[in-house]
Design a protein around this ligand. Structure first.
Ligand code: SF4
Length: 219
C-alpha cells in the first residue's frame, strides 16, 4: 500500500458515503456533553438504538450537573434497551460527576483530560474530539476500523493502539476523524464482518484481502 493509493481509497470512500454520513443518526451530533454521553452509550450497540434514548435521556438530564445527581436506577430505566445498562449508567453518571467536579461541568477538549473520565478510552476520546470539537487527534479503532485496516492492508497488528498508529501514517492528520467515519460506514455497508461484498466494493483494486484471498478463492 502506498500513500497515493491510500489517498485514492479516501476519495472513493468519501464519494460513496458522503450522503450516508450526512443522513446517519445523530449520535455524533449535539453539544459536547451530548456527544460524550451518547458515545459512551454506543459501545456494543447500534447508532439507531442510541438515537432512540437521546430525547428521553437529555430531556431528563439536560446537562452534566443534572446527570451527576441522577439515581442509577432512573438512568438504567431510560437506557435499558442498549444492553450493559448497569455499567453504562455507572459510566455516564461517573463521567458527569467528573465533569462537574473537575471541569466546571464542561467536556474537556484534550485527549489527556478526556481519558481521565469513567468509561472513556482512546476510541471514545477520539470520537468526542472530532465530533464535538472538530479536532483530529487520532483514529477511533472500533470493530469496523480494526477489521478494515487489516483486510485492506494498512496494518497486520491485532492491537488497537498499533492499528491506530499504522493507519495514521498513511493519511494527513486533517483526514483522521472523517476517515474513521468512512471506514465505519464501509464496514457496515460492504466490508461486513462475516461476508465482505468484495465484487461490488469500490476500493477492491487497492485491497490486500481482495487480491490475496478473495480472488485466490474465486478464480
Ligand atoms: S475488497 Fe472486500 S475485503 Fe477489501 S475492503 Fe472491499 S469488501 Fe472489504
Amino acid at each position: 500500500m502506498t500513500t497515493l493509493e491510500a489517498r485514492e481509497i479516501f476519495q472513493i470512500l468519501l464519494r460513496t458515503y458522503r450522503d450516508t454520513l450526512e443522513n446517519q443518526p445523530s449520535t455524533g451530533r449535539g453539544s459536547p456533553y451530548q456527544v460524550l454521553i451518547l458515545t459512551i452509550l454506543s459501545a456494543q450497540t447500534t447508532d439507531l438504538a442510541v438515537d432512540k434514548v437521546r430525547n428521553p435521556l437529555f430531556t431528563r438530564y439536560p446537562a452534566a450537573i443534572s446527570l451527576a445527581q441522577a439515581q442509577p436506577e432512573e438512568v438504567e430505566e431510560i437506557i435499558h434497551s442498549l444492553g450493559f445498562f448497569h455499567m453504562k449508567a455507572r459510566h455516564i453518571i461517573g463521567a458527569a460527576q467528573a465533569l462537574v467536579d473537575r471541569f466546571s461541568g464542561e467536556v474537556p477538549s484534550t485527549i489527556e483530560d478526556l481519558l481521565t473520565l469513567p468509561g472513556v478510552g482512546r476510541k471514545t476520546a477520539n470520537i468526542v474530539l472530532y465530533h464535538a470539537f472538530g479536532k483530529n487527534e487520532g483514529i477511533a479503532v472500533d470493530t469496523h476500523v480494526k477489521r478494515l485496516a487489516v483486510r485492506i492492508g494498512f496494518s497486520d497488528s491485532p492491537d488497537q493502539d498499533r492499528i491506530e498508529r499504522d493507519v495514521m501514517e498513511y493519511f494527513p492528520k486533517d483526514n483522521w476523524g472523517l476517515l474513521t467515519d468512512l471506514f465505519i460506514a464501509h464496514g457496515r455497508a460492504i466490508c461486513i464482518a462475516k461476508k465482505p461484498q468484495c465484487p461490488v466494493c469500490p476500493i477492491n483494486p487497492y485491497c490486500r484481502y481482495y487480491h490475496e484471498i478473495f480472488l485466490q478463492k474465486n478464480t
